[in-house]
Write a protein that binds this ligand. Sequence first.
Ligand code: ATP
Ligand code: MG
Ligand code: MG
Ligand code: MG
Length: 576
Amino acid sequence: MKASRFFISTLKEAPADAEVASHRLMMRAGMIKKLGTGIYTYMPMGLRVIRKVEAIVREEMNRAGAVELTMPVVQPAELWEESGRFQGYGPELLRIKDRHERSFVVQPTSEEVVTDIARQEIRSYKQLPRNLYQIQTKFRDERRPRFGLMRGREFIMKDAYSFDRDLESAKASYKIMADAYRRIFDRFGLRYRAVAADSGAIGGDVSQEFQVIAATGEDAIVYCPESDYAANMEKAEALAPAGARPVPTQALAKTPTPGKATCEEVAELLGVPLSTTVKSLVLATDKLGADGQVESSQVWLLLVRGDHDMNEIKVSKVPGLDQGFRFATNAEIDEHFGCQPGYLGPLGLKRPVKLVADREVAVMADWITGANEIDFHMTGVNWGRDLPEPELVADLRNVVAGDLSPDGKGVLAIERGIEIGHVFVLGTKYSKPMNATFLDEAGKPQFLEMGCYGIGITRLPAAAIEQNNDERGIIWPDAIAPFTVVLCPIGMDRSADVREAAEALHGELLAAGVDVLLDDRGERPGAMFADWELIGVPHRVVISDRGIKEGQLEYQHRRDTAATKVPVAEVAAFIK
Ligand code: ATP
Ligand code: MG
Ligand code: MG
Ligand code: MG
């Protein structure tokens, strides 16, 4: 490929709404172009990356025995009525109507369509197991589309669906997929963790998320460095035994266990409309036994408006909070803290909190954190101990760093992750309501046991950039770089030697199957190098008159601090 014929459009500045490195750099490198909220054009440079991601995923899916097909993006609502998801999916599902007023949905995934195929095509146990997949456009009307391709509304997903005769063999199909996912993510050269996720009604160890480790990730993952325990926060919380969180010292005895509630719940509790600003609140916990150790962890929650009459504090239960939580009377609060009425007076929030629809808040002492709200930071120090810095606070829930791990092998650590893949045993969740059966050996109809397996094809490059960038731009892993090698001739328009050497090397590398681009735009070296460092091509070869005279070219990896001289004749071998 020659740069003069390709489409290169780099920017000095990123748009103001680009909050994370991957979004900023993909915009600046001309990989994506925004068309609307959460809707992007994959520009030629970005599409090359996406195609490479797809190729690796496709290769490993095929290797694992999955079979590719393409299902429609626009799907009749009737199928979705059958599964119950037409109503059940909520506002993320884009529902549309055709000219005859018939309802359709734009696929956020395709369980219904694939189950419909299976119930028509799979008749006998002899046709099982089967795994069908597609790499296709999805649409989800996300509540908070952001970070460019990371959380788009339109995006590309690889979605696979397995069909088995019983749960045991469905679990075997699930394991084949989980193993394939490890091979896929290893090939991308990313640091990731497979974590247990909530497997809903099925129970057991049959749902895992693949999380790329990154400080900007929207998910919190809980793991034990001393063992192989790893789960997402929701799963870890669901497993945490109520009231059993060990609090080792007397000094920590008054550490409140965080609670979470939606703003709607808080508003209901306070008897105020949404959009009220809450100025103070308090939460307390931990009943001490005779030995001074925590006997049980109870959470008392009290939310107080700044202008509230202290004698008329309204105390009631917030629906949806974990079991074992209850709410205190004034007297109980006073007794617990050993303080006089009025004690609550000074507990104003450091930052008043506006109650906003669809926001979840965690409440503690005199500060508040908003889960899923990066810009919503705790300021303040707990009674017992200093809390970690804001990134962690956003996930401060029933499980905190330092808690004993469920396997008892060590204490938990928390880090942030980007969900790039999800594998899941579905059981008969779709086959039952949609009556998708096969005949077993005895000729008896049985429901198909299903699994589903997603990979965020367009999210993956964004996650890769979060892990691989510096002040100059992106540093692509070879496997998904838009070009593997860029040839940068200096003074190509003036020097026939340079032109000839560049063209010859370009031809030689192409013939050797190297994904190479020759930058023949005639840019000055500074601007040319800056472009390719921004775009993140991992290998660069500089061809100059001086070098040619010495019989040398200059090679530099995107991570190298200086160039290495390589004899002209050896460059092709050197890069491979
Ligand atoms: P998230 O928790 O980030 O909203 P999800 O759990 O809703 O993701 P799944 O239904 O498990 O997503 O879909 C499979 C994969 O599709 C995810 O693991 C993720 O990589 C990708 N994905 C989901 N939503 C988006 C999105 N809005 N933009 C880009 N990729 C997405
Ligand atoms: Mg989602
Ligand atoms: Mg998720
Ligand atoms: Mg998921």
